[in-house]
Design a protein around this ligand. Structure first.
Ligand code: OAD
Length: 253
């Protein structure tokens, strides 16, 4: 269906005038960059056990295995390029007055596409800290390092600064994301299965506070019944059209 017809008159009017936009992205936004998602049939959690690779218990049980898995993912991410969805979102930031991009992804592809301000709910793969004392680790992490380095302060194991299962999200980042959700007039949810909380709760916060919700995902999720429009296309296909339409609507105002 043509994008305008899919969105409907009420949503088109809101897209033309809304001042506050918020966006939540998940692994699906990076799928067309060649980065595996988690819960699709060929996703990472179909091949690996999250409790072994994405938890402190798993890390302490087998630090080398966990370290090498993240080194492999770092290699994939470094070889990847932002796709048209990342680029369209960077453009949207320039078009609307207040824009908050919230991501669950650790790949930094939004930043590489030009997004200025990104709230990383689950951390990122560039930063590291000590699993024991918590101090940030400043040493260089090259692809050849096959074992987790040791903390220069306490000798503890260094780990990537990503959020693992059972860990709290960075409090300041979550608070900013919740504020954006509460105040958004338009909330876009792109490429997430919406299975993992608190991230998955953000679109619902926005909905309860009166935002109009747009979902971009080839597959329905439990959020779909709340969405004012569901665009069943890949993000790299849908987002350039959607952002071009928003730009056009706003230039006619
Ligand atoms: P999932 O793998 O759970 O979901 C990916 C979603 O992207 C699915 O709903 C797919 O239908 C959709 N999708 C696939 N290809 C797409 C495309 N080209 N365009 C748009 N959508 C597409 O990934 P997340 O929801 O991001 O957490 O997972 C959330 C969290 O679970 C991750 O941040 C990670 C994982 O465990 C941690 O590691 C803490």
């Amino acid at each position: 269906m043509e994008m305008r017809a899919l969105l409907g008159q009420r949503l088109l009017e809101r897209l033309a005038t809304a001042e506050r936009f918020a966006v939540l992205t998940g692994a699906g936004v990076s799928a067309e960059s060649g980065i595996a998602t988690f819960r699709d049939p060929n996703g990472l959690w179909a091949q690996f056990r999250p409790e072994e690779l994405a938890s402190m218990e798993g890390f302490l049980a087998n630090p080398t295995r966990v370290w090498q898995w993240y080194q492999y993912r770092r290699h994939v991410i470094e070889s990847a390029q932002p796709n048209p969805a990342h680029i369209a979102l960077a453009k949207l930031e320039q078009i609307v007055p207040t824009f908050t991009l919230i991501t669950q992804n650790i790949d930094r592809l939004h930043q590489r596409a030009g997004s200025q301000r990104v709230l990383e709910l689950h951390g990122n793969l560039e930063d590291h800290h000590c699993a024991q004392c918590g101090r940030p680790y400043q040493g260089e992490i090259s692809a050849e390092i096959a074992q987790p380095p040791r903390c220069p302060s306490c000798g503890g194991l260094i780990r990537p600064s990503v959020v693992w299962f059972g860990e709290l999200l960075p409090a300041g980042v979550l608070a900013e994301a919740e504020h954006a959700a509460r105040t958004a007039e338009i909330f876009l949810v792109i490429g997430t299965s919406a299975e993992v909380y608190p991230a998955a709760g953000l679109p619902l916060i926005a909905w309860h506070h009166g935002a109009m919700l747009i979902e971009v995902n080839p597959t329905p999720t439990h959020l779909s019944s709340y969405a004012h429009a569901a665009i069943r296309q890949k993000a790299g296909v849908a987002m350039p059209h959607l952002v071009a339409l928003i730009e056009q609507l706003r230039s006619n105002c």
